[in-house]
Design a binder for this molecule. Structure first.
Ligand code: E4P
Length: 227
């Protein structure tokens, strides 16, 4: 499963790129607004920094506007993916853009039928927002389960990009269902590294090593002297 980070913050993106767990980035107008800087300049920096796909959302909502904006966004970098809304104009634009070999991400998907339509329009990625569904009392993960089944039934080329992820259990369930990608807020990514038994185990190993040093009466440089 590919993991993207859902962020427009350079230090956050850089941190997880350096660890080596990131396959790409998703941004949206809210995330870019949070940075409080010129969004085009910020997007350019992210595109340069990240070797994988970076989703950048259009602000237009009409067909002509989306296509025009998408073409300009597509020129910003080879790794750019244009995010378009799950509307009739949005999907018409996605169809047009996919014929021009511009990669697309259909955003604000909340039902399996919307996802099916987005895939039929030729979307590279289809983004169901599971956390926002959970927030209003629906089972967001159900949409992922249905879409995995539908895309498999018809060998659809679109990738399911699990979005609006709120906690590590969302990631686990999405991975078990076979979703292609999940885009994670930095705090969820951070949490995935942690387990209390890892911390306890690490403390124990360090303490035992220090005990040995005390017993031998000298500092040990682990294994450097081994043949
Ligand atoms: C996906 O591409 C969106 O940016 C994102 O996952 C939205 O999530 P939210 O519900 O946390 O805003």
């Amino acid at each position: 499963m590919k993991l993207f980070i859902d962020s427009a913050n350079i230090p956050q993106i850089k941190k997880f790129l350096d660890i080596g767990v990131l396959d790409g980035v998703t941004t949206n107008p809210t995330l870019l607004a949070k940075e409080g800087v010129d969004p085009a300049e910020q997007v350019e920096k992210i595109l340069k920094l990240v070797p994988g796909p970076v989703s950048v959302e259009v602000l237009s909502t009409d067909y002509e506007g989306i296509v025009g904006e998408a073409r300009r966004i597509a020129e910003m970098g080879e790794n750019v993916v244009v995010k378009a809304p799950m509307t009739q104009d949005g999907l018409r634009a996605v169809r047009k853009l996919s014929r021009e070999n511009i990669k697309t991400n259909v955003t604000l998907v909340f039902s399996p039928n919307q996802g099916l339509l987005a895939a039929k329009a030729g979307a590279t990625y289809v983004s169901p927002f599971i956390g926002r569904l959970d927030d209003v009392g629906y089972d967001g993960m159900r949409v992922i389960k249905d879409l995995v089944e539908i895309f498999r039934n018809y060998s659809m080329a679109s990738q399911i990009l699990v979005s609006s992820v709120r906690h590590p259990v969302h990631v686990l369930r999405a991975a078990k269902l076979g979703a292609h990608v999940a885009t994670l807020p930095p705090d969820v990514l951070d949490k995935m590294f942690n387990h209390p038994l890892t911390d306890v185990g690490l403390k124990r190993f360090t303490a035992d090593w220090q005990e040995l040093e005390k017993h031998l009466g000298r500092k040990l440089t682990p294994y450097r002297s081994m043949p």
